[in-house]
Design a protein around this ligand. Structure first.
Ligand code: TXA
Ligand code: MG
Length: 333
């Protein structure tokens, strides 16, 4: 559990006896509650209450057209939120839920347009986290929840990050420690003829294609992006650059010579220069993903003039990591 001072009274340990009941009470009143999931912390509101949902957009500073994910307690709730559900959705839910997979389906008439950003589709997922599931069970309704960060900023993987991002805009933050996966869910659009990947995540495109025995369309840069999928996202305030391993030593020398104060998220390399603030990253994709957002936050907090990120492998199991790094960084030329 996170170490925090009692003065930040919005954060309560999720293990506290009345924590879930308190959170349910706030949600029922139309207030915002942040809660842990296996991916990142969510900023939750009653998905059936348009006023409550509008507060999410206000708190994050998020454009109203960017749709939210509705979290549900079980796959049997799919029919409460979606219509014309293809068989593939039930099969995927059976296989991957609870888990970091979000399905985009045709929306049920009862889903407020505030949730879907005015679209005819809705994104649904059943998170794999005991606290999120306990909250959903007791609330007994859908919880709309984007990541609990300000618009385009780094997603929170600890309760304290949520406090830093949104603090007084929330009724309550349930502290469940560090999120296990560390990157947002895979999003698969099943609302049209062919399954389309909208966001890569821990559940890989290959795993989905193999399971469905079909190709998964991957959006190209020229195809229309899902609303809310911005080219710049998950970004530290400090200018952050992605740099290949080969170019790293020369790049470090170049910027030090220019008087830059450098931080480095290193995948392999250890710079010879002691003046570079080093954050060593794990070398497996699973552990790298878990550490990435907290490491970017740590580097940002050092208030340097530049953060360099050493490019990790570009192989399939690093797809979600590279997607986030490409959005969080500029390319070092
Ligand atoms: O892991 C996660 O998915 C986390 C946790 C809290 O569950 N949530 C999350 O939410 O990442 P958010 O709002 O940061 O990202 C959700 C993305 C939006 O950017 C949007 O592009 C997409 O989901 N989305 C939601 N509804 C959609 C829809 N109807 N059609 C297309 N894309 C949709
Ligand atoms: Mg987000």
């Amino acid at each position: 559990m996170t170490d925090y001072t009692p003065s930040s009274s919005r954060i309560i340990p999720a293990s506290q006896a009345n924590a879930i009941a308190l959170a349910v009470e706030k949600l029922a009143l139309g207030q915002l509650v942040a809660f842990p999931t296996e991916t990142v912390y969510g900023l939750g509101a009653d998905a059936a209450n348009p006023q409550a949902v509008q507060q999410i957009f206000a708190a994050k500073g998020r454009p109203a057209k960017h749709p939210l994910i509705v979290h549900i307690k079980h796959q049997t709730a799919l029919t409460d939120w979606a219509e014309q559900i293809p068989d593939s959705a039930y099969r995927l839910a059976e296989q991957f839920w609870p888990g970091p997979l979000t399905l985009v389906l045709k929306k049920h008439a009862r889903v407020p347009l505030e949730v879907t950003g005015g679209q005819a589709t809705v994104a649904l997922r059943m998170p794999n986290h005991p606290i999120a599931l306990a909250l959903l069970q007791h609330f007994d309704g859908g919880i709309a929840a984007p990541s609990a960060n300000r618009y385009c900023r780094i997603s929170p993987t600890q309760a304290l990050h949520v406090e830093e991002e949104l603090g007084d805009k929330l009724a309550l933050i349930l502290d469940g420690g560090t999120c296990h996966v560390g990157l947002e869910s895979t999003i698969l659009d099943l609302s049209s003829a062919q399954p389309t990947l909208l966001r890569p995540g821990h559940i890989s495109t290959e795993a989905l294609a193999q399971f469905l025995h079909t190709d998964i369309l991957q959006p190209t840069h020229s195809s229309p992006q899902a609303p809310g999928m911005m080219a710049v996202h998950y970004a530290p305030r400090t200018p952050t650059y992605l740099c290949s391993q080969a170019n790293l030593p020369a790049t470090i020398e170049k910027y030090l010579a220019l008087g830059q104060q450098l931080g480095l998220l290193a995948y392999h390399s250890v710079p010879a220069r002691a003046s570079v603030q080093l954050i060593a990253m794990p070398t497996t994709a699973e552990h790298y993903a878990r550490a990435l957002y907290a490491s970017l936050r740590r580097a940002d907090a050092l208030q340097l003039t530049m953060i360099l990120v050493e490019q990790p492998p570009r192989t399939a199991n690093w797809q979600a990591i590279n997607d986030r790094l490409d959005k969080a960084t500029r390319l070092e030329s």
